[in-house]
Design a binder for this molecule. Structure first.
Ligand code: HEM
Ligand SMILES: *[C@@H]1O[C@H](CO)[C@@H](O)[C@H](O)[C@H]1NC(C)=O
Length: 565
């Protein structure tokens, strides 16, 4: 009994200490915030508290049921921004703050202020604390700062070139063509998201390592020994990324007594590292004898290795940095792309007239040519409607939120009518969900998915004008700078922007020139009801996990059929 009581007391004491400590820092943060001169709300728990994150929405649902809606239930969970859209910014102004026991978070809802922040890269750096967790295999461009970042970024940019985009283009077409063949061979497809994920992994593996894999549908996967293939090992690593990040790769490779699943992960880590080392060693040898065929192979690893070995002393990457960057590319270019793909396919399934609109452009540009004859240089720039579908899907469901901070210095910031002084340690969120839906720059239908908002008809020249001429006269309208932050902006934006656009457009072309997609209707349902149900699934069951994604796309099976021309 005495022991039990002691334990109980110890727990209470601990809880008490934590409560007092966090109340105290909340109070300090409140004092800081009240001097800044922007409106703010106070929330009692840091929304990045790991324990809280596990239960936040479940607890808040009860609290809401008992006490009704409050600041606590509205803001105190990770990912609240998505559903809130522009409402908080319309209530509280272009800039407002959430005061938490951790740090103070400033939300920026005006494009001009966003651009000011991203241009001042040294004043408002990325909070690399948040990305250093990705350094599983070594430091990378995503997790370093200052001079080192500049070097890595320059080397990386030199690898993302046009010949490289051509590889992305043709591999996406080949993967997606196989995928749609698989999809159309079955009466109903529940594995849309998984299959799109395989495509994006296939593209990365070809573009990153020059390894091509045949597309395998969800139910065709052979589940081979992960150590046997680079793709399977990478897939296993990415699927267990969080676990890997939490425990570190050594944990899984050095412990013989772990459960089978975890040992398998250890094997995958070893295999992945070995294939990176092999390829790097090959490249080193070839550079040493002065023979490098990077020009013909054009893989990311070989370009990075070559650029690095060619660089002047001290400007190349270390071996660990190369591995770190290869991993970060795989991580950053995988789920991001596949979540955007999934949203787009479901939005299109709910909007058949948009499929017709898309297919019209595809038929016009690609004609009857075989997919293997589609040309990156000449066709890609003409597929503006495809690109518009990507932008429109990301506008409503941007996968990656961007956070900056003031680090250890105070910074002043102009917020239109006045200048405020932000203390050190202030977090700054580019309020994607507000910026990208605010009717002030997106119009009254800003919450509707309508890709044609990105397309403008330019006046064609004189002469006879047909449908084709109209299509050729269409232009893609870039959104107002700062009102769309899907790939972030400024020097620290996403270096994979073009990569992901090429991949997206090639995939959409492969799916929608010859095929159409519809939701499977449930018993007693008309197809219009099924489309509404799909839209509803997107709107009510999308949320932030690690990225913003559809939580249960498998709930709405889809069916693919040949388009009538
Ligand atoms: C639709 C797909 C994609 C989206 C929405 C996206 C979005 C973003 C965003 C918002 C950032 C900035 C993050 C921050 O400031 O915290 C970023 C950074 C980055 N992205 Fe992407 N990305 C996509 C695809 C890709 C692809 C395909 C690659 C590579 C092949 C890639 C590689 C990177 C890298 C390396 C960084 C870090 C850059 C740096 O710190 O300088 N991304 N991405
Ligand atoms: C694509 O078209 C351009 C211009 O007509 C041509 O130079 C290039 O060789 C073509 N590429 C392929 C892969 O056919």
């Amino acid at each position: 009994m005495a022991i039990l009581a002691t334990i109980l007391w110890a727990c209470l004491l601990l809880l008490g200490t934590v409560t007092v400590q966090s109340s105290y820092s909340l109070f300090c943060n409140y004092l800081v915030a009240s001097k800044i001169g922007v409106r703010f709300h106070v929330i009692p728990i840091s929304h990045l508290n790991h324990f809280w994150m596990l239960v936040d929405q479940r607890v808040l649902r009860y609290v809401k049921r008992i006490f009704g809606e409050s600041t606590f239930t509205r803001y105190n969970w990770m990912g609240w921004e998505l559903n809130d859209r522009y409402h908080s910014h319309h209530e509280l102004g272009d800039v407002f703050m959430l005061v938490t026991p951790g740090r103070n978070w400033l939300y920026i809802g005006h494009p001009d202020i966003v651009m000011d922040i991203v241009r001042r890269r040294d004043d408002f750096p990325r909070c690399v604390e948040l990305t250093q967790i990705l350094d599983v295999f070594g430091p990378s461009v995503g997790s370093v700062e200052g001079q080192r970042w500049l070097q890595q970024r320059k080397l990386m940019a030199s690898c993302f070139n046009e010949p490289y985009n051509e590889v992305v283009w043709s591999e996406s077409i080949s993967q997606a063509t196989d995928m749609v063949r698989y999809w159309s061979s079955r009466p109903s497809v529940r594995s849309t998201a998984d299959d799109l994920r395989s495509v994006s992994l296939g593209v990365l593996s070809k573009a990153g390592f020059g390894k091509s894999f045949k597309f395998e549908g969800h139910e065709e996967t052979s589940h081979a020994d992960p150590a046997a293939s680079y793709k399977d090992s990478l897939q296993l690593i990415l699927e267990n990324c969080i676990l890997l990040i939490a425990m570190g790769p050594k944990f899984f490779t050095n412990m013989p007594w772990l459960p089978f699943k975890w040992r398998q992960l250890g094997e995958a880590v070893k295999a992945f590292r070995k294939s990176m080392t092999d390829m790097y060693e090959t490249e080193k040898r070839e550079v040493a004898v002065g023979k490098s065929n990077v020009g013909t192979r054009r893989t990311f690893l070989s370009s990075l290795a070559k650029a690095s070995l060619d660089a002047k002393d001290g400007e190349g990457l270390t071996e660990r940095e190369i591995y770190g960057n290869i991993f970060v590319i795989n991580f950053a270019g995988h789920d991001t792309v596949s979540h955007v793909f999934t949203f787009a396919v479901y939005f299109l399934a709910a909007n058949p007239e948009m499929q017709d609109w898309l297919s019209e452009e595809l038929r016009h540009v690609l004609g009857d040519r075989q997919p293997s004859e589609w040309n990156y240089t000449t066709d890609f720039p003409r597929l503006k409607r495809c690109l518009a579908v990507m932008y429109e899907s990301m506008r409503l469901y941007t996968p990656v939120p961007v956070t900056k901070w003031t680090q250890d210095k105070a910074q002043s910031l102009d917020i239109r009518d006045k200048t405020i002084l932000l203390p050190p340690n202030t977090m700054i969120c580019l309020a994607y969900s507000s910026l990208q839906t605010d009717p002030r720059w997106w119009g009254a239908d800003s919450l509707t998915w309508r890709p044609s908002r990105f397309i403008k008809q330019t006046a064609g020249g004189p002469g006879p004008r047909g449908k084709g001429a109209d299509l050729d006269a269409e232009q893609f309208v870039q959104p107002k700078r700062g009102s769309f932050v899907g790939w972030s902006e400024g020097a620290r934006d996403c270096p994979g922007r073009k990569f992901s656009q090429v991949e997206f457009v090639a995939t959409m072309a492969s799916l929608f020139r010859d095929w159409r997609v519809d939701p499977i209707t449930f018993e007693g349902e008309r197809v219009e009801d099924a489309r509404k149900r799909v839209l509803n699934l997107i709107e009510t069951e999308s949320a932030m996990v690690l990225l913003i994604q559809m939580l249960h796309p498998e709930k709405a099976p889809l069916t693919w059929s040949k388009r009538k021309v």
